[in-house]
Write a protein that binds this ligand. Sequence first.
Ligand SMILES: [Zn+2]
Length: 252
Amino acid sequence: MSADGSRRVSGMVLSSMPVGETDKRIVLLTREEGLISAFVRGGRRQGSSMLASSTPFAFGVFDVYIGRSSVTVHSASIDNYFTEIREDIDLVWYGTYFLEIAEYYGLEGADETERLNLLYVTLSALGKGIMDPDLIRWIYELRTWAVGGEYPNVYSCTGCGREEELSFFSPSAGGSICRECHDSGVDADPISDSCLYAIRYIIATPLNRLYSFKLTEEVRVELIDLLKRWKNRYVSHRFKSEEFLKFAGKGE
Ligand SMILES: [Zn+2]
């Protein structure tokens, strides 16, 4: 984190925890300073200007003081509370999970502009109902892996490096397998061209177009199944809100 002093950062509240009677500790994902854990004096007091602006999903500009051992939020100007998510209990399950993912992968003191933008377009798509929440969820997870640089290789065969006939996929091999390697005994499942292109699109398209494509039901099922298997293999962390999502009978 930068040296002591007052700063203006733009970002989003990811989580909030009560401290004492009237205060809060929040986690912010910011462009300028990455993840920040900050103290909000009076953040739970009725009538406090910080009450609403220090709740999860609040996105805007925060004036913080960065001290040697702690950060304090003084004031905030909120552009978007994502009310359409907060007022729909089904969407809250998903949205809370998305925030937890951002908090888990977010880094302190790093430029987190891309992760913050990804979260913003994802919550916007969720709130507007642009796609079904489960598909949004898996697109968001894949793009999160891509932001972190650990995603399936869908551009060349992980066995021999060929870029043609990538019609098989193996999570354990790290991605695509070509027909030749498969025929010579590499264990992999078939993948459709549409599914392969969807994965490439999600990994690399500009964020403002991330949620503007369509899939047939068949490809949707194939994509989600593949990403689930990838996640089972490479993501060992258990997310609390993912358990809630399952408990609520949501989430594929
Ligand atoms: Zn090959």
